[in-house]
Design a protein around this ligand. Sequence first.
Ligand code: ADP
Ligand code: UDP
Length: 241
Amino acid sequence: MSTLQKGEALYAGKAKSVYYTDDSDKLILLFRNDTSAFDGEKIEQLERKGMVNNRFNAHIMQLLEDNDVATHYVELLSDQECVVKKLDMIPVECVIRNVAAGSLCRRLGVEEGLDLMPPTFEFFLKNDQLHDPMINEYHIRSFNWASESEIEAMKALTFKVNDILKQRFDEAGLLLVDFKLEFGRFKGDIVLGDEFTPDGCRLWDKDTRQKMDKDRFRQGLGGVVEAYEEVAHRLGVELSG
Ligand code: ADP
Ligand code: UDP
């Protein structure tokens, strides 16, 4: 068990709160039950979601570490909290899509479910007020959000994560449709931060194509946490309660 002391709150986001600790290199992430969509316009409390996402994220981050992806994850602290390395976050979201869904369908008029071969990659600016607009590498360079080598590192790591997780979810009977990653800097390296949970990816049952991710919340399909728990169960993630 960690001896780390929780300090003042650094930031309260839409789904997680971030706390300083007595170690200036480390933060505590608290996964709350809050669930939001449409840039924070729809918000609800879903019981058990914080615990499920915290434990799910820990499992995925550990799997990525085991496959030589540098992540911010340090250890689980409690049901809803984990310890992470404090990153200097890059305000850019990296999205890979294996199958068309969500904003891609709205933007390009393609049908949901179309296989994308090769998978496609998109950058978005992390800015709720501007509704996370899509950006390209030139914007990232011109506004100095990240250097050329950092951009290359984020892309390469996102594709590596896709290779690892597409296969792992496939083994669990799930199709990894798309996902979003955030990266930051830690002592000169680009490191995966934030989270990987069904809040930030799309997962469909391989056979029935049933949605088992945050689209259940966005689209009012119900059974949101039950679907997250089923995904966790299929991956062998230990949940409490
Ligand atoms: P949002 O900011 O989108 O509402 P969250 O509720 O998930 O998102 O809040 C978590 C915040 O913590 C995000 O802004 C994220 O970029 C930031 N964050 C995640 N991991 C780290 C880290 N290791 N170091 C510093 N900040 C982090
Ligand atoms: N995503 C996310 N946070 C965001 C925007 C997108 O986690 O602020 C995830 C989303 O859950 C999906 C992928 O990134 O798995 C692609 O999202 P999309 O661009 O289709 O946007 P959406 O229609 O989901 O808002």
